[in-house]
Design a protein around this ligand. Structure first.
Ligand code: GRF
Length: 205
């Protein structure tokens, strides 16, 4: 299975995916790491590791649609079975989402449906929740609302600030994302669509 990963910055989730792919001998290969920011640290990491990497500068395009068209073209040429978002910080146009429907996955740093969007850790702290965490979900037209592949919870501590909480959640992300993608690629997690169109991911032994 051909994996393409979209990043915007540090790319630590992309790194743990690439490492797990190799270490666990996933039946998969990384066919491309694409960043909408040419200076993204994750892109340099991918290039140094010999992964095909692509810098597409979104600021060089007049509109979101124009950029997403170039992104879609780049992805199509890679013929990915799965498009994995890992800290990709651009909202995707509905046309782009439709084109990769059912094969595009994201990781989000909250326990969805709580706190979609930005500043999830600050909002969890302000709300005084007992648990924070992360969610891996299929990407649909509505931001951070697609069917869930899985979640991991971490406790909030009384002395937490945003940075400490973010670091704790990130450690959970680094376990959860490779675990679920590994399972998906090996057939231990299966995408099922009911007659009414609803999608869910079922665990198989
Ligand atoms: C992660 O917290 C991810 O959940 C969120 O952005 C952050 C990206 O970190 N969408 P990295 O680029 O993977 O290091």
């Amino acid at each position: 299975q051909r994996l393409a990963v979209l990043i915007s910055g540090r790319g630590s989730n992309m790194q743990v995916l690439a490492e797990a792919c190799e270490r666990e001998a996933w039946p998969a290969e990384f066919v491309g790491v694409i960043s909408n920011r040419p200076a993204a640290a994750g892109l340099a990491w991918a290039a140094a590791r010999g992964l095909p990497s692509f810098a597409l500068d979104h600021t060089a395009h007049p509109s979101r649609e124009a950029f997403d068209a170039v992104l879609a073209e780049t992805l199509d040429a890679l013929r990915p079975d799965w498009v994995l978002l890992a800290g990709y910080m651009r909202i995707l146009t509905p046309g782009f989402v439709a084109r990769f429907a059912g094969r595009m996955i994201n990781i989000h740093p909250s326990l969805l449906p709580a706190f979609p969007g930005l500043h999830t850790h600050r909002r969890a702290l302000e709300a005084g929740t007992v648990w924070a965490g992360c969610t891996v979900h299929e990407v649909t037209a509505e931001l951070d609302h697609g069917p869930l592949l899985g979640q991991a919870a971490v406790p909030l501590r009384p002395d937490d600030d945003e940075d400490r909480l973010a670091a704790r959640v990130l450690r959970a992300e680094h376990r959860l994302y490779p675990e679920l993608i590994g399972r998906l690629l090996r057939g231990g997690l299966v995408r099922e669509q009911a007659a009414d169109g609803r999608v869910h991911y079922a665990v198989r032994d």
